[in-house]
Design a protein around this ligand. Structure first.
Ligand code: PEP
Ligand code: MN
Length: 338
C-alpha cells in the first residue's frame, strides 16, 4: 500500500510512519515529490493495519495497491518516471534514440557505426559484447574486448553506451563500461541477474521475454526496483506468435498497456520485433505513435557482413532517413526528438 502524507507533514511525522512500517517488517520506498511525500510499503502479503496507518499524524490517506507489481505500478507513482542518461532525459517529452550494431565485431566497426548513428541523430550507442545466441556455435561476442571498444566509441563521439549483461557475475565488469545495462529477452526472468542489476543502481533496459505476459514483464521490473534502483526502462521487442514472415510479432498494444499500468519509460525495439530491415521503419513510426518513449535500432555499415542480426540491421543512410520521419511522427503526438 502507499501512504500519502499531507502537504505540510513534518519530518518527524514522516519518520514516525516509516518507523512504524519498518517495525512491522515492511520495506519502504520513499518518493519525495515537490508537493507531497508518498511512503510506499511493500510486504510479503502479511496484513498491515491500514486503519492504524490512516490515524497517524501527518497522514492524508492510505491507498492499497491492488496489482501484483507494486513499485512499478501507476498506483504507486502517478507521474512518469524521467531520468537523465548522459545529457539526454528518458521518459519526458523528448524521445530517445538508441542505435548501433547487434554485436560489437571490431574496433573499427563500432567506431565507424558510432560516428554514423551520431551524425544521423542517435543519442545512445548500442552494441552487444556478451551475446546470448540460440546456437552455441554462433558468434558469442567479443566479451571485455568489446566493452573496451564501446568505451572508445563513447570517448570519440560522446554517446553513452548500452550493452547486454548476461549473468550476475558479469554485472560489476559491464557496469565499469556501460551507461545502461541491457537485460535480454532470454534473461528477462533470470531472477539472480535481476537482483544483481537492481543492486548495481545502474540504469537498466529490461526487454520483454519472447513468450512473456505483460504482467510477468512488470514483475521482473519490480525485482530491479525492489533494490531501490529506480532507473528502469521497459523494452517491447516482439513476442512469439504463429506468424513466420516476421521473426517476432511486434506487440504494439504492449506499449500502450505498459504506459497505462506503469510509470516507467517504455522503449520499442522494432529491429528484433520484425527481424527484417524492410519492416523496421514502419514498426518504428508505429511505436512512436503508440506512445513509446524511445526506440532501440540495429544499424550496421555493412549488414551483409554482420556476425549477428544483419538481416534486420539498417544501413546508416536508411537510419538517417528514418530519424527524419520519426521526428515528424513525434511532433504529431506532441513529443519531440532533439
Ligand atoms: C539484442 O538486443 O541484440 C538482443 C539479443 O535482443 P533480444 O534479447 O531482444 O533478443
Ligand atoms: Mn540483435
Amino acid at each position: 500500500m502507499i501512504i500519502i502524507m499531507k502537504t505540510h507533514a513534518t519530518m518527524r511525522e514522516k519518520s514516525a510512519v516509516i518507523a512504524w512500517a519498518e517495525d512491522a517488517g515492511y520495506k519502504i520506498h520513499l518518493s519525495e515529490g515537490s508537493e507531497q511525500t508518498v511512503v510506499g510499503i511493500i510486504g510479503d502479503g502479511r496484513p498491515l493495519n491500514r486503519e492504524q496507518a490512516a490515524r497517524m499524524a501527518g497522514v492524508e490517506r492510505v491507498v492499497p495497491i491492488l496489482k501484483p507489481f507494486k513499485v512499478a505500478s501507476r498506483e504507486f507513482k502517478q507521474e512518469d518516471t524521467v531520468f537523465p542518461i548522459g545529457s539526454h532525459m528518458v521518459g519526458g517529452k523528448g524521445l530517445v534514440i538508441m542505435a548501433g550494431p547487434c554485436s560489437v565485431e571490431s574496433r573499427s566497426q563500432i567506431i565507424e557505426t558510432a560516428h554514423a548513428v551520431k551524425e544521423a541523430g542517435a543519442h545512445i550507442l548500442r552494441g552487444g559484447a556478451f551475446k546470448p545466441r540460440t546456437s552455441p556455435y554462433s558468434f558469442q561476442g567479443l566479451g571485455e574486448e568489446g566493452l573496451k571498444y564501446l568505451a572508445e566509441a563513447r570517448e570519440e563521439t560522446g554517446l553513452p553506451i548500452i550493452t547486454e549483461v548476461t549473468e550476475p557475475a558479469l554485472v560489476p565488469l559491464v557496469c565499469e563500461y556501460a551507461d545502461i545495462l541491457q537485460i535480454g529477452a532470454r534473461n528477462m526472468q533470470n531472477y539472480a541477474l535481476l537482483h544483481a542489476v537492481g543492486k548495481s543502481q545502474h540504469p537498466v533496459l529490461l526487454k520483454r521475454g519472447m513468450s512473456s505476459f505483460i504482467e510477468e514483464w512488470l514483475m521482473c521490473a519490480e525485482y530491479i526496483l525492489s533494490h531501490g534502483n529506480t532507473r528502469v526502462m521497459l523494452c517491447e521487442r516482439g513476442i512469439r506468435t504463429f506468424e513466420t514472415y516476421t521473426r517476432n510479432t511486434f506487440d504494439i498494444n504492449a506499449i500502450a498497456v505498459a504506459k497505462h499500468l506503469s510509470h516507467l519509460p517504455v522503449i520499442a525495439d522494432p529491429s528484433h520485433a520484425t527481424g527484417k530491415w524492410e519492416y523496421v521503419a514502419a514498426a518504428t513510426k508505429a511505436s512512436i505513435a503508440a506512445g513509446a518513449d524511445g526506440v532501440i535500432l540495429e544499424v550496421h555499415p555493412r549488414p551483409e557482413e554482420a556476425l549477428s542480426d544483419g538481416i534486420q540491421s539498417l544501413k546508416p543512410g536508411r537510419f538517417a532517413k528514418l530519424v527524419k520521419q520519426m521526428k515528424a511522427v513525434a511532433e504529431a503526438v506532441d513529443r519531440h526528438i532533439d
